[in-house]
Ligand binder design. Structure first.
Ligand code: GDP
Ligand code: MG
Length: 785
């Protein structure tokens, strides 16, 4: 029999058998790769691997090695069945989640006034969760982490409704967690028991999205379905029969467009109502007794009776638990604490069902869910032909993931982003800000002089605070710009393509295409980069990616590069800065190859990923993100960096007898302490206590390397007169590679533990030292220095 691997682009086939084991196989099934289902190969990635598939109306990536595990029979062209539009018949409005129908005024059993109504926002990736969350909460939101893990957590209050709290959960495809991020979402729903779930469903991709809905319906938690992207569906001539859909799902369904702010008020009304009255989903039998002779129907009901008492005790909904047990989910099995007899009974039920059904248990369950979804779609959805958005995506993809254009364009796009940020728009904004800060400094200085403020204090304010912190703040525009571009690329759907295109290359260093995302974010800041590795499904990939992110120069290092390069090599500025970025990447690749042979043997996990349509990012989301980043940066500038600057200023201005020292004297407390490290840095040509001090302060925050250097060298003849150009280059290389800042180390520690955090600090410093030494030796050989 043929495998999917052998299918050529443009050809279609029917899936006969899905091989593989465990979580991966479950993931295939959850993504809709089920025996009996049709797939079409869209294209191969430019490097020949992975492949892009079309299944159930959406696009998926799959590596050839994994495709080889899926057996198929090819279909002749044009035999794919065409769906006929459903006949339109009127369904009475079920009136779920509405005042007046289910609970005539004054009846029902609402939660007492003042109870906090907690909502979980659950949905697939790219279904519009963040957009909806921003619409619902406005500015009433705060960002944090889930307890115990560093996945971004956003909580907020629904605008205009106090006593509400809504949590934006990481996107998930099913309640069988495949990555640790998905586990967070599942555990949140299972353990925190929100008062209600808002399930966001992408109407343009209903088959895929309803799979999760089916599982959520079994959670016995009040739920409302927000049918998003209705603008797109309608715009292409599609419609949804909402009444029928409500009746078939047993929960209220509200059509909305999060991006256009349509239907949000109605959604809020329904959500609050079902939460307040605790209206649970009306139970539906997803497994019909007629279906495949009812084998699955009988098995599900038998298991659910068997475990009813355990389910109640452990707080897991019985129907959800029985489906999970049949799928063989061991986490749920442990939670239920079944005894041996019951486990055996369960085994027999499953075996019997598999025999009758002729399909293994996990596939049979997934098939049952997709069957029901198909029935819903047939009854409620009038599909548009190919949507304009999809046609557009296909056209864009012909270029952006084209065989010959993909990689050059990726390099060009990244190049353009860096060019715009660092050379075209960035410096202009930066100068503007810097001159503003300068005039403020003049003002403060003159004011203090007029008020006869003590000279030492005056120096602290002008040299320490304005020179130091001011020079850091002037980098705000660059940082915000870089985040702006990265988030535009991410929200538009391009980054997913980059992962698709680069997968084969990253495999060479032992990673998968998904690792490209944290790495690109690493050019912005290591902290979110480390956090974003949570989306990687394997522990090994995740750890390795985390350890590689520090090699991607974060924006905080940019002030350092810019400072030294402007001072020493103004004519080669862009060349040297680009060189540093590339050097970081090169070092990362070498280290990855080393890791692969030592710490992280083995191969990256499979690469199964949805490729969403290209979309224009919503300005609101982008602005919200930029505001968060800017706030974070300013907070750091005024806390860590300010304190470090003042502390260093104090230490350099006084000697051990707490007398003021002469400017630039080497008996200041700082000079004495830093001198201890001088021997370590002498081989690098950096044996100057002032440079060492700035490097140490860089551990607090990279930007302060600049502010401290500026402050410490201000009294002398200026930095260009005091250190050689070769030393400056060594300094740059050392800064490029040495330990990430405390914030980054803290997030590495949270992800990987204390041991790895220390490893990162020492290992990065070691690499930096060796690299800087190598650069110095080469420089001396070439006669510089
Ligand atoms: P998340 O991954 O679930 O958080 O999804 P996002 O909120 O980031 O949205 C993914 C993309 O869909 C973004 O580019 C949004 O601008 C876009 N989007 C979200 N809601 C709508 C909508 O109602 N209509 C349209 N046309 N686009 C939307
Ligand atoms: Mg999001």
């Amino acid at each position: 029999m043929m495998t999917l691997k052998e299918l050529k682009p443009g050809e279609s086939a029917r899936i006969e058998e899905v091989g593989g084991t465990g979580a991966l196989r479950q993931h295939f099934l959850d993504m809709g790769l089920i025996p009996g289902c049709n797939v079409t190969v869209v294209k191969l990635a430019p490097l020949g691997d992975p492949m892009e598939l079309m299944i159930r109306g959406y696009e998926l990536t799959l590596r050839l090695d994994d495709a080889a595990q899926i057996r198929i029979t090819p279909l002749a062209k044009g035999t794919e069945e065409k769906k006929t539009a459903p006949g339109r018949k009127k369904t009475p409005h079920p009136g779920l989640g509405e005042e007046g129908i289910f609970h005539p005024k004054g009846t029902g059993d609402p939660l007492p006034d003042g109870t906090l109504l907690t909502f979980a926002l659950v949905g697939n990736q790219n279904s519009g969760k963040t957009t909806l969350f921003n619409q619902l909460t406005g500015s009433n939101q705060h960002v944090g982490n889930f307890p115990g893990v560093t996945v971004d957590r956003k909580d907020g209050m629904i605008r205009g409704h106090k006593d509400t709290s809504i949590t934006d959960l990481p996107g998930i495809y099913s309640m069988s967690p495949y990555s640790s991020e998905e586990l967070v979402s599942r555990d949140f729903v299972l353990n925190e028991k929100p008062r209600a779930i808002i399930n966001i469903v992408d109407a343009t991709n209903m088959e895929r999205n309803l799979y999760l809905t089916m599982q959520l319906l079994q959670m016995e938690i009040p739920m409302v379905v927000a049918l998003n992207m209705m603008d797109e569906l309608r715009g292409n001539g599609g419609t949804v029969d909402i009444n029928t859909m409500e009746a078939m799902l047993g929960v209220p369904v509200v059509p909305i467009s999060a991006a256009k702010n349509e239907g949000i008020d109605e959604l809020v009304r329904h959500a609050i109502h079902i939460a307040k009255y605790q209206e649970k989903p009306v139970p539906q039998d997803f497994c019909s007794p007629e279906d495949h002779d009812g084998s699955m129907h009988r098995a599900l009901h038998a298991v659910s009776h068997l475990i009813e008492d355990h389910a109640e005790r452990s707080g897991v909904p019985a129907e959800f638990a029985s489906a999970k047990l049949i799928e063989g989910d061991s986490q749920i099995a442990d939670r239920l604490e079944l005894d041996d007899n019951e486990k055996e009974l369960l085994q027999h039920i499953v075996l019997q069902m598999e025999k009758e059904r002729g399909l293994d248990a996990s596939a049979a369950i997934a098939d049952m869910r997709f069957d029901y979804i198909e029935r819903i779609c047939d009854a409620c959805l009038i599909r548009p032909g190919e949507s304009r958005e999809h046609a557009r995506s296909r056209k864009i993809d012909r270029v952006l993931t084209g065989k010959f254009s993909a990689i050059p364009l990726f390099i060009a796009i990244m190049g353009l982003v860096f060019f715009l940020t660092f050379f075209l728009i960035g410096p202009w904004l930066q100068d503007l800000l810097a001159s503003g800060i300068d005039s403020l400094k003049e003002l403060a200085s003159n004011g203090m002089e007029a008020a006869h403020v003590n000279e030492t204090i005056r120096k602290l304010v002008t040299e320490g605070i304005f020179e130091g912190v001011g020079s850091v703040i002037s980098f705000l525009p660059l940082i915000v710009l870089l985040f702006l571009f990265l988030s535009l690329l991410e929200d538009s759907g391009y980054i997913a393509r980059v992962a698709f295109v680069m997968d084969k290359m990253l495999r060479k260093i032992g990673l998968s295409g998904r690792s490209i995302v944290p790495m690109l974010i690493g050019f912005g800041c290591t902290v979110p980069a480390v956090m974003s590795t949570r989306t990687l499904p394997s522990d090994r990939d995740r750890k390795m990616t985390i350890l590689l992110t520090p090699f991607m120069s974060c924006t905080a290092k940019l002030p350092i590069y810019s400072f030294f390069v402007t001072a020493f090599f103004p004519q080669f500025a862009w060349l040297i800065i680009t060189g540093l970025y590339l050097l970081g990447i090169l070092a990362g690749i070498l280290v990855a190859l080393l890791y692969r042979k030592t710490l992280f043997r083995g191969n990256a996990v499979p690469f199964v990923m949805e490729l969403p349509n290209y979309r224009i990012p919503s300005p609101r989301n982008v602005l919200q993100l930029l505001w968060e980043k800017a706030k974070d940066f300013l907070q750091r500038a005024f806390t860590v960096i300010l304190v470090a600057t003042i502390l260093v200023w104090f230490l350099k201005s006084f000697n051990f007898h707490l007398n003021l020292t002469a400017p630039d004297a080497d008996d200041s407390i700082l000079a004495v302490i830093s001198s201890v490290l001088v021997p370590v840095f002498v081989p690098l040509g950096l044996g100057d206590w002032r440079l060492i001090t700035s490097l140490i302060s860089g551990f607090m925050a990279k930007e302060s390397v600049v502010s401290i250097t500026q402050m410490l060298f201000v009294a002398g003849a200026g930095i260009t007169a005091e250190i050689s150009p070769l030393a400056a280059v060594c300094m740059l290389v050392f800064c490029l590679l040495y330990t990430p800042c405390v914030a980054a180390i803290a997030s590495i520690r949270r992800e990987m533990g204390r041991k790895w955090a220390w490893f990162t600090v020492l290992w990065q410093c070691g690499i930096a030292w060796i690299a800087a030494l190598a650069v110095r030796l080469i420089g001396m050989l070439l006669g510089a220095g």
